[in-house]
Design a protein around this ligand. Structure first.
Ligand SMILES: [Zn+2]
Length: 155
């Protein structure tokens, strides 16, 4: 993410926190910034290590979990259930505008491609839901696979 996009995302994040009656503390900002500037999803432990490297101060893993839980509650980060790791997006990203995210996770390089989809896309993908009278409330789908770059390297 370039510097301009990072700055605008952090400003927007601050606004989102204030709208939710919460402070955008230095720790929340740092954790979000690490996620925004890292290519791969990170676990709470990895975030705590990165935090130490970048700020030369430490944060406990418990605190990182609390921060992540808060950032997730205001839709600034997403947790990948399959990997138990976290990712963040620019607030101008489609992910923020659409109802559902589809995460395509590369097994080799851990990179995540995200597609924003709508409820009707899901209905088209899984037409059998309607047959059994099921309404999906899932906000994200995760698929493991191999990205195009890794496919090229492996070929
Ligand atoms: Zn890959």
């Amino acid at each position: 993410m370039n510097k301009q996009r990072l700055t605008s995302t952090l400003n927007k994040a601050k606004q989102v926190c204030l709208e939710n009656g919460r402070k955008f503390t230095i720790q929340r900002k740092q954790i979000l910034q690490i996620l925004l500037t890292t290519d791969v999803p990170l676990s709470a432990y990895e975030l705590a290590s990165c935090y130490k490297l970048r700020t030369s101060s430490s944060v406990s893993v418990m605190s990182v979990y609390r921060i992540l839980s808060f950032l997730e509650s205001v839709n600034l980060v997403r947790r990948l259930n399959s990997a138990n790791k976290y990712i963040a997006y620019g607030t101008d990203s489609e992910v923020f505008k659409r109802e559902i995210s589809l995460f395509l996770i590369c097994r080799h390089c851990q990179k995540v491609e995200t597609l924003a989809v709508s409820q009707s896309d899901v209905a088209k993908l899984f037409p059998h839901f309607a047959d059994v009278g099921f309404t999906s409330q899932t906000k994200q789908f995760e698929m493991m696979g191999v990205c195009s770059e890794c496919q090229a390297k492996l070929a």
